[in-house]
Design a binder for this molecule. Sequence first.
Ligand SMILES: Cc1cc2nc3c(=O)[nH]c(=O)nc-3n(C[C@H](O)[C@H](O)[C@H](O)COP(=O)(O)O)c2cc1C
Ligand SMILES: C=C(O[C@@H]1CC(C(=O)O)=C[C@@H](OP(=O)(O)O)[C@H]1O)C(=O)O
Length: 386
Amino acid sequence: MRFLTAGESHGPKLTVIIEGIPSNMKLSSDMINKEMFKRQGGYGRGRRMQIEKDTVVITSGVRHGITLGSPITIEVINDDHKHWLKIMGVEEGEEMTPDKRKITKPRPGHADLVGGMKYRHRDLRNVLERSSARETAARVAVGAVCKVLLESLGISVYSRVIEIGGARDNGEYTLDEIKKKNDINDVRCIDETVAQMMRDKIDEAKSNGDSIGGEVQVIADGVPVGLGSYVQYDRKLDGKIAQSVISINAFKAVGFGAGYDMKHLPGSKVQDPISYKEGSGYSRMTNNLGGFEGGMTNGMPIIVNAVMKPIPTLYKPLQSVDIDTKEVYQASIERSDSCAVPAASIVCEHAVAFELAKEILNEFQSNDLEQLKESIARHRQAILDY
Ligand SMILES: Cc1cc2nc3c(=O)[nH]c(=O)nc-3n(C[C@H](O)[C@H](O)[C@H](O)COP(=O)(O)O)c2cc1C
Ligand SMILES: C=C(O[C@@H]1CC(C(=O)O)=C[C@@H](OP(=O)(O)O)[C@H]1O)C(=O)O
């Protein structure tokens, strides 16, 4: 399975083509929209999210609510586009007046300056339009399709926010609690007291003209044993997931299970002892490794923790240099998110869902959904019998 997204942040729409989803799977725009809605929300987002109503249109690969096995095309309209017609210059006969409208002031922490140098753009809007995290809406649409597939195979993927700007939810929860409570509030944090501390941190950053980041957690449950492989570096599934997560705008660190804490723990507190029970087979007595051994899933829930940096665009000006005049200036802005960690946790969840679905479709016969289910059921049985 593969996908490609296209579209500028303030262009008419985002488009994504997904190839490789099996035939005969139920799929509707509503199934995707419920995930899109979750990404759009979240405490700390800026005015843009009040303009957009992220709903998808499926324009290929589905008939009468059933996938055909052919490429699925999904479109997400940018409602904000109507305010940017002249600047985007996509209207028939619409002339650009580059001198007035071009962006020559790169924002620190964005792709602006390096992107301009690399693609030889003197108008940095040509970089920022595509480097914007608007693209993550398309990635959630893909992940939503993957989640429908995974659910039909008994695999659930969900996420929550663990920390924002130092306010951390250290609660120990069962998988069931996390699954049930992962959408309880606008910061996606299970502990209500910590959730309020997170909102306060966001408000504080905003009123200081600053921004904050945080940490999210994605969990995947019901994953078959043995996805990924130790035999070649680029077949290790934890590596693929890490790449996918770090490719999300502003994600700077990723860990599995005890992750970053492993640096100060002894081996006896990190490796997960193996147990065996007639009828349910092998298991691990703990899950410090987050469901991976040797780049392969070991049957324990996959636990991915990831850190998002603070939003780079700040109301409090940061120094930069104009690429035309070479003059130093203080970058200021009109609108931006001050924290997008809750929204980004949804993006992360969908990135992991994509990697899992892709790996499964790679590993098992999968032209048609029933064929895939049978193939996975046989595999699960063989693992039990081992
Ligand atoms: C959901 C989401 C929303 C974001 N919103 C903004 C924003 O409003 N303003 C901003 O400057 N950066 C925002 N970002 C982060 C930038 O897109 C990102 O930092 C930038 O493209 C540079 O990429 P890098 O941080 O991965 O190097 C957002 C990221 C995500 C995931
Ligand atoms: C549009 C989205 O996020 C945008 C990501 C973003 C950035 O620089 O990454 C900047 C902001 O856009 P604008 O400059 O239009 O206000 C965010 O709103 C979205 O998440 O759908």
